[in-house]
Design a protein around this ligand. Sequence first.
Ligand SMILES: Cc1ncc(COP(=O)(O)O)c(C=O)c1O
Length: 386
Amino acid sequence: MNKDFLLFHKPFISEDEINEIVDTVKSGWLSMGPKTIRFEEEFNKYIGSNQSIAVNSWTAAGHLTLEAFGINRGDEVIVPTMTFPATAEIVCYIGARPVLVDVSEDTLNISVKEIEKAITPRTKAIIPVHYGGQPCDMDEILELARRYNLRVMEDAAHSLPAIYKGRKVGTISEVTCFSFYATKTLSTGEGGMICTNNEYIADRCYIMRLHGINRDAWKRYSEAGAWYYEVVAPGYKYNFTDLQASLGLPQLKKVDYMWECRKKIAKMYIEALKENEYIELHTVKADRQSSWHLFPIRLNLEKLTINRSQMIEELRKLNIGVGVHFMPIHQHLYYKQQFNLSDSDYPVASKMFPRLISLPIYPGMNENHVYKVIQVLSDLLTKYKK
Ligand SMILES: Cc1ncc(COP(=O)(O)O)c(C=O)c1O
């Protein structure tokens, strides 16, 4: 690896995580156990949720939630097209139909107007995705959900932490699911968390995350617990582990510091790029705070002689790693064919996708890294202007 190359993302790992991992390995307890429980408790306290259930990915968290909602074959669940495929695939897992809707142009968050148009008598739930970390219009979404008697599960894979009208994401709807995947704002390599204020959902998720067993494995085998257990439903192998918690516990202590670092980088990008006529920035609404998991820009293709792929290649040649979030779900082969979808059904996402580039934004970046991204990008935009 070229040492001058600025990676798109690098987890913020220090001696604390390494020491905690060594401690876990030496303890002999590698799977779900006391550190998982401590991580759940501390996460719960940090968010201010009623209950937090740790699992091995957001995908597992989302699947367990839809199962606990009692959603079945023939039901419909509303999902924005501008998201990672996991948001739609969990709906397919339970045999329901993901009904994709378009996003708002200013934020790329799900459009409330499009949600309402997509509601049918079969609709059972809405999954708003806080794109890049900025919370969706939750008051309007929850009002629609009340009016049509729908469940809401927030996809907060990008929004740890984020604030909507003074409330932390994770405390707003009945269920919110977080991701601790390698590139996320708190990383355990792989991992996820279900935050809920609903006792039934919490109990069901606890049971279904580990084979449908009515007691957790560590209780079964430790001296505190009995050997006896019963399977009450055919559950899943979705549990978290103490090895993951060994990364999660120290990361959680730094989660606000890491947020401050990303806020600072976002501010520098905004200051330097907001007047550049060859790109556009997202709008961040005044009543909410983004986690700044992503910093997406949109190329003003009408004023440039190169396309997005060529721009990414040029940035790469000049040692800047970037990402693209996301190819809309309706353009993926399976969804396009299975549900007969086309770009004309999703004009905003289809127009925005070819323009999107996510710039690097993570605590391991120093000011010089940020200046370098700004300089290289600005020079390329000037070089390739029409
Ligand atoms: C918006 C969104 N939802 C869900 C996921 C899935 O998360 P996980 O990899 O933890 O299953 C991701 C992962 O990138 C994501 O970006």
